[in-house]
Design a protein around this ligand. Structure first.
Ligand SMILES: *Cc1c(COP(=O)(O)O)cnc(C)c1O
Length: 367
């Protein structure tokens, strides 16, 4: 039996191989590899794509979030609200600057931060809320921003899964004070290595982030703040510029596959985690929720369909955070979701046969 891989990047890259090679060759021949014309051009193009004034290329998605927190002067003694169900990087960004994690539970239907639970998590020390557009489904930003505004808080979108997603007509990356993107290869806009970016409309914040990512320096050997080294490099920027041109087309291809999955799953009584009304998901992941997740996973595997779990262990249950104390608060929704979610194969360039094989495997499922 042929296997359907969870993700195959090589098909996507084969289709644009000549353009990628030309872009890489130009960088090799340029003799300039860090903070040059390609990074500047990519920053301009990605800012325009997101509909914001500034994009600052950085080393990866985790550092995009962490540097933004540092630029906002968030540190020890400050509290940052994060979802209880997210990839560990959202949490690591907060603890990385020495601030205190305050997890808030998701809405059980959307799996995204529940705005109704925000107010009760806010204290005099709260500085920032980091909603995550999980699976590429935009978080409910209007009520989140309203709460933030009422309490004088900043909002940083974790947009690592949401390149090109829309909330009420506006792009992910333009929905808060700033946003962190990842260009990890498997993301909707992926480099051929690590990369990340911050987007914002705030001139001062953008300046500060530019300083911090480059040793706190604007002028060589003059260091204004204790920065770090987290720069998107010329090679990745050049490759990302090529890939940005087909991002919308790739997201559209994902939506086409999703429509077929959704129709078949409805027949089989498997619950799909859908985006909120008035949003357009980037469909980074196609996630279903099933009480007998393990049996479903084995069934799909037996039919040659590879699946993944995003994420099998919530951050508060990770050994890395064993020492944290949440003042007696527990996170039963995050724990329930970790045991039910299952991600099906979904990537641009998936063949008709691959999609048919997944549909056939779903059709053969007996709940
Ligand atoms: C991928 C991801 C990150 C981190 O990005 P890296 O580039 O791998 O550091 C952060 N948050 C979420 C939700 C992600 O999916």
């Amino acid at each position: 039996m042929t296997k359907v891989p969870f993700l195959d990047l090589s098909v996507q890259h084969r289709a644009i191989r000549e353009d990628l090679v030309a872009a890489a060759t130009a960088v090799i021949d340029s003799g300039w590899y860090i903070l040059g014309g390609e990074v500047q051009a990519f920053e301009r193009e990605f800012a325009a794509f997101c509909g914001v004034k500034h994009c600052i290329g950085v080393g990866n998605g985790l550092e995009a979030l962490q540097i933004t927190l540092r630029a906002m002067n968030v540190g020890p003694g400050d509290e940052v609200i994060v979802p209880s169900n997210t990839f560990i990087a959202t949490w690591l960004a907060v603890t990385g600057v020495g601030a205190t994690i305050v997890p808030v539970e998701p809405d059980p239907a959307s799996h995204n931060l529940d705005p109704a639970l925000l107010e009760q998590a806010i204290t005099a020390r709260t500085k920032v809320i980091i909603p995550v557009h999980l699976y590429g489904h935009p978080a409910d930003m209007d009520p989140i921003n309203a709460v933030a505004q009422r309490h004088g808080l900043k909002v940083i979108e974790d947009a690592a899964q949401a390149h090109g997603a829309l909330y009420r007509g506006r792009k992910a990356g333009s929905l808060g004070h700033a946003a962190g993107f990842s260009f990890y290869p498997g993301k909707n806009l992926g480099a051929l290595g690590d990369g990340g970016a911050v987007t914002t409309d705030d001139d001062e914040l953008a300046d500060q982030i530019r300083l911090i990512r480059n040793y706190g320096s604007k002028k060589k050997y003059e260091h204004l703040v204790k920065g770090c080294n987290s720069r998107l490099d010329e090679m990745q920027a050049a490759l990302l510029r090529v890939k940005l041109r087909s991002l919308e087309q790739g997201n559209e291809a994902r939506r086409g596959i999703v429509a077929r999955y959704v129709a078949e799953l409805a027949n089989r009584g498997i619950e799909v985690v859908e985006p909120l009304p008035d949003t357009v998901s980037s469909w980074h992941l196609f996630v279903v929720s099933a009480a007998d997740r393990e049996r479903l996973r084995t069934h799909l595997q037996d039919h040659g369909v590879e699946t993944m779990i995003h994420y099998p262990v919530a951050p508060h249950l990770q050994p890395a955070y064993a020492e944290l104390d949440y003042g007696g608060r527990t996170f039963p929704i995050a724990e329930r979701l970790q045991n039910r979610v299952l991600s099906l194969p979904l990537f641009p360039g998936m063949t008709e046969q691959q999609v048919d094989q997944v549909l056939g495997a779903i059709a053969a499922w007996r709940p």
